[in-house]
Design a protein around this ligand. Sequence first.
Ligand code: ZN
Ligand code: ZN
Length: 418
Amino acid sequence: MFKRVPGTRDILPGETECWQNIENISRSLFTRHNYREIRTPLLEDEPLFNRSLGETAEIVQKQMFLIKREHDVYALRPEGTASIVRAYIENNLDKQQGFVKLYYMGPMFRAERPQKGRLRQFHHIGCEAIGSYGPGIDAEVIVLADSLLKALGISGYRIALNSLGCVSDQQAFRVFLKDKLSGRLNDLCADCKDRFGRNILRVLDCKNDSCRHIIRELNISGSSRCAECESHFSSVRRSLDALGVSYEISPNLVRGLDYYNRTVFEFKHDGLGPQQDALGAGGRYDGLVKQLGGPDAGAIGFAFGVERLILASGLKAETEMVQPGLVYVITLGDRARAAGVKLLADLRGAGVTADTDYEGKSLKAAMRTANDLKARFVAILGDDELKEGVVALKDMSNSSQEKVRISELTDKIKGSSK
Ligand SMILES: [Zn+2]
Ligand SMILES: [Zn+2]
């Protein structure tokens, strides 16, 4: 017997309804903010991710799924932003519109250690606004992410907000950190000793308790930001304040990817289990479009993990299989069966969800199936009913039964299902 690959899941009927609900709510919200959907391939050239996420990013170093084929190396996308920026440049979206707002949803792949209970194929819902440096879009994107969580019925989360400043601010911050941490090197975890030399900002990302303690003691204040970055950041904060969105300033928030600058944020939730408290995150990546060969274009986006949204929303992943409007057609005898096929087609054609028994079961057995399927109505058609031009319609919600003319059945069902 074959088993699914570790770190992957089957999303079954009963659960897919919950996913569709999240997708529909997201689509509607993005559309109202004038974001349009983009669908990029799951496969990209490997160097796209090395270039954009950074060679020292943990994702690039340890978690990429690579596929070698002849002389090419492809990667299964570990996140959405790099692919979308690639698509933005390759399809000249900047020349068509200048400023574009895009959203996406779909699977991402990272070779996480399965013992941590993390998935290797997981799903993101996110958006990217490309083509503006203005702080107005930062605030809109954060408010949009906040509205999305609210629309999904999620509460009890906090928004952590920081500004990484520009390239030279980050350089100054690295110097500050090097200076402060060089005396504590022996107390840092093995990963952080490595990060100290390669990319010291990532020390702030460490989940190790003793590293976190050391970092807290540094009392990082964000004072390495230049005047321009400071004014951008205060404008973002003022907009959020004006809209009544509460947030916490988190000077330690750096995000693990090279492309971020200025505004970064994380939506944290305590109900997700140990070592993972982020529902989603995002930030500005003003240098990335140019770095990947495109024009100068400021950009910002966010992504939520769909599995985490489901956890936090308390939506039961395995909701009961509900078929609110299902009509189950039961026919008795050959002539009725032919008429039943026509009836089924008419119901479906009129937008009613309908099904039947294909095995020629007895009335009792067919009724049992209708029950198992949680049908709302059962329409029984035998020779007597056929002669009269009616069906015996049973409303399963209250077990009442009545004769309904076949020509009036669709209207009757549509009226009752409201
Ligand atoms: Zn700056
Ligand atoms: Zn560490």
